[in-house]
Write a protein that binds this ligand. Structure first.
Ligand SMILES: Cc1cc2nc3c(=O)[nH]c(=O)nc-3n(C[C@H](O)[C@H](O)[C@H](O)COP(=O)(O)O)c2cc1C
Length: 235
């Protein structure tokens, strides 16, 4: 069983990083604008190339978020092709696919969803399209001028990790998710995203439902041996 979500006012960095995990079950409790503002103040301290700070944060709750969930889900259910502004290949292969399967197995086994239980598997996917019914979604966008400048993507990744870590220190859980922006034109419409910004990702956020078992899943990481090369050390 993973450790409880910290609500301590101070938490050391290593504990924070090791405790944090993606949260996919939320209490319906509203999250104040003030707390989100504090989180964004922290996340914006992320480094960026030449301090360009090419990010924007669109914080959505209430009716507009319901409209986004509805539009995203309806279109996906109707078989619409994925309409994302951040581009991705057609599925992972090799070691990347293995790791994708690994986390899915961890989540499904926590939820006791059997391999052949199509209904519950489909229900899980639908939850993702609804951003796990979180009370808040933060849509993170990139200045369009830097759309093809991959260093800008790096900058947004740094800021987005800042969001989830800062949220955790305030007792809030979150999950960065591509599922919530599968139909980005819906997100663009209801969140009023300006034309000169590109939707890169969204972060579902809220107070974690402690009884939702998938929230306890600690994802695995490959060993240092498999991802680190040391050069020039004595041994
Ligand atoms: C760019 C990005 C997109 C993601 N999209 C989804 C998603 O659509 N649905 C989901 O359940 N999790 C999504 N995740 C969360 C990852 O599955 C999660 O970070 C990973 O399994 C590691 O687990 P952890 O965050 O609990 O450490 C996404 C994470 C990132 C960084």
């Amino acid at each position: 069983m993973a450790e409880n979500i910290s609500k301590q006012p101070k938490i050391d960095f290593e504990t924070l990083v090791k405790q944090r995990r993606s949260i996919r079950g939320y209490k319906p409790d509203a999250v104040s604008k003030e707390i989100i503002d504090e989180i964004i103040e922290i996340a914006k301290r992320a480094p960026s190339s030449m301090n360009t700070q090419p990010w924007h944060f669109h914080v959505i709750t209430g009716d507009p978020l319901e409209q986004i969930r509805k539009g995203n889900t309806e279109r996906m259910l109707a078989g619409a092709s994925v309409d994302r502004e951040i581009k991705m290949g057609h599925g992972y292969e090799g070691i990347h696919r293995d790791r994708q399967v690994e986390i899915a197995i961890q989540l499904f086994s926590a939820m006791e969803i059997e391999r052949d239980d199509k209904e519950r598997r489909q229900d899980w996917v639908m939850r993702g399209f609804r951003q796990f019914d979180a009370p808040v979604s933060i849509v993170v966008t990139l200045d369009k001028a830097l759309e093809h400048d991959t260093v800008g993507h790096f900058d947004l990744g740094a800021a987005t990790y800042g969001l989830v870590l800062a949220a955790w220190t305030k007792g809030l859980g979150s999950v960065i998710n591509g599922q919530g922006i599968m139909q980005s034109s819906v997100v663009r419409e209801f969140a009023n995203i300006p034309e000169d910004e590109v939707i890169m990702t969204c972060v579902a956020m809220g107070y974690p439902d402690e009884s939702f078992v998938a929230n306890d899943v600690q994802s695995l990481r490959a060993s240092n041996e498999s991802v680190v090369s040391y050069v020039g050390f004595d041994e």
